[in-house]
Design a protein around this ligand. Structure first.
Ligand SMILES: *Cc1c(COP(=O)(O)O)cnc(C)c1O
Length: 489
């Protein structure tokens, strides 16, 4: 069962032609940024069931199928795409996905792909250097996503504090201190590790959800007084809902003094290290014991490409204590098997996406993108503040911005729902200090200040219509579900 290489060329040409039209139309904002037809309708249009049962999709039918499929996508290249922290992929990263699709070399075992494994080591080394880790001691591993990177980091922290947990089970006294604004994957990792959700102890935060550093020593002391051993303290860089950063410089000092493992969740924000103008909130990140950094957010790779990075990479050796003789043999090898450092077994060639972006655009090219999006977000902030009826709860530190029109939380949700239905703009909402705001994540290079001017006009119009009773609240089934604001991405 094989295909001819001419078919590969033809499939590539047909697919790329349709994708090129798609990107072009999306960038021009011609099609809706988001389309949410009922799931059954999509299944019908795409003839999913009959294609599964009877097959028949071939090169002739591929372009038509692909066009229908793309009609059901959320268009990240669209200027009105302002929703989740998902990269608008750069071209080299898209090429990397195709290369992996054909070669399929898993990278966790060196003998299954020397090139991919070497690329992974090179990009991980680059990331560790960017963090300011010592080049000889720092390192880490790529994972399928920041959630797994957070789990990997906390597992390493657990192995340091409770080395026997792997074989004997988890002691009941371990705790993780985290601000309530931490990404939900932190609490999930703690539960997966068997500590129980109650082992996440909330750190005191200010009104905007940033850790109150002055209160950290007391929080650690209180936890210890209650018999907890503090496995790690988690800080945001930046927080998913707001993009705001905890004071890493001060936290680094405090954690060193207290002997606490500092884990910085920089899934979104760490990429600003490449910039000149916006890296200030990351000062002190080199003091972290571990850092999570997603390339599929601000470094423009498709999902997924994330890293768990460690100031002292040897801690990873203890994180996954397990023997599998057919994989973990002790023979001397040409390269490194990262298998012993990851949850994943068949791990994709994630590093190639980031590597090709770097090799093609240069570090400066990626920096320019981050700079542009961060600067644009400040311009958008200034615009929103200048419009009557709108307010912003904070000055953005990244490309995430919150605002509201009027004060009612229900009204913000109704506005978002109405916008999603129209599809020109895709935005989210978030809760800050118990109040509901609308939230923009400015990911698309096609977005401009003009785009947001149009969005604000649209919000005013929709708000008038809601007030006049022209927009009925959706019935329960039709409601567009609000992704948990902490769900991010
Ligand atoms: C997006 C995000 C995550 C989760 O990363 P995934 O790659 O989506 O698993 C974790 N932490 C923060 C702060 C994030 O913004």
């Amino acid at each position: 069962m094989t295909w001819s290489v001419d078919e590969l060329r033809e499939a590539g040409r047909l697919t790329l032609d349709v994708l090129a039209e798609y990107v072009e139309a999306s960038r021009r904002g011609q099609e809706p940024a988001v389309a949410l037809p009922p799931m059954d309708e999509v299944e019908q249009t795409l003839q999913l069931r009959s294609l599964i049962q009877r097959g028949g999709l071939d090169l002739h039918r591929l372009p038509a199928f692909l066009r229908s499929y793309l009609d059901g996508t959320t268009r990240l290249h669209h200027p009105g795409y302002l929703a989740h922290q998902v990269a608008v992929p750069d071209l080299p990263a898209a090429v990397a996905d195709l290369i992996h699709g054909v070669t399929n070399n898993p990278t966790a075992i060196y003998e299954m792909g020397a090139a991919g494994a070497s690329v992974e080591r090179a990009v991980v080394t680059w990331m560790a250097e960017k963090l300011g880790f010592d080049a000889r001691r720092g390192g880490g591993v790529l994972t399928h996503g920041g959630s797994l990177a957070n789990l990997t980091a906390l597992l390493a922290a657990r192995a340091r504090m409770a080395p026997r947990a792997w074989t004997e089970g988890v002691p009941g006294d371990l705790a993780v201190l985290a601000p309530p604004t931490a990404h939900y994957s932190i609490a999930r990792a703690v539960s997966i590790m068997g500590l129980g959700a109650r082992a996440v102890l909330p750190l005191p935060v200010d009104r905007l959800g940033r850790i109150r550093v002055a209160a950290v020593a007391a929080a650690v002391a209180a936890a210890r007084a209650r018999g907890h051993r503090v496995l790690a303290l988690v800080a945001n860089a930046g927080a998913t809902a707001t993009g705001l950063h905890d004071d890493l410089l001060a936290l680094g000092g405090t954690c060193t003094e207290l002997g606490v493992w500092l884990h910085v969740d920089g899934a979104h924000g760490a990429s600003a290290l490449l910039t000149r103008s916006y890296r200030d909130p990351l000062r002190g990140i080199e003091q972290a014991a571990s850092v999570t950094w997603d390339a599929h957010k601000m470094l423009r790779t498709s999902g997924l490409c994330a890293a768990a990075l460690f100031r002292d990479a040897s801690v990873l050796d203890a994180a996954f204590h397990q023997e599998a003789s057919y994989l973990f043999d002790t023979q001397a090898r040409a390269g490194v098997d990262t298998l012993r450092h990851t949850v994943e077994c068949t791990k994709a060639a994630l590093g190639l996406k980031l590597f090709l972006n770097l090799a093609w655009r240069g570090e400066q090219g990626l920096a320019d993108y981050v700079e542009r999006q961060y600067r644009l977000t400040r311009d958008i902030w200034a615009l929103i503040r200048s419009r009557p009826g709108f307010e912003c709860p904070f000055e953005p530190e990244s490309n995430i911005l919150c605002f509201r029109y009027g004060r009612s939380g229900d009204r913000q949700l109704a506005l978002r729902e109405a916008l999603l239905r129209e599809g020109r703009f895709h935005i989210t909402s978030a809760q800050i200090d118990g109040e509901r705001f609308l939230r923009l994540t400015v990911m698309s290079p096609a977005t401009s200040v003009q785009t947001v001017e149009e969005l604000l006009d649209e919000i005013v119009r929709v708000d008038d219509r809601i007030s006049a009773g022209g927009v009925k609240p959706a019935s329960l089934e039709q409601r567009v579900p609000e992704p948990r604001e902490v769900a991010g991405s």
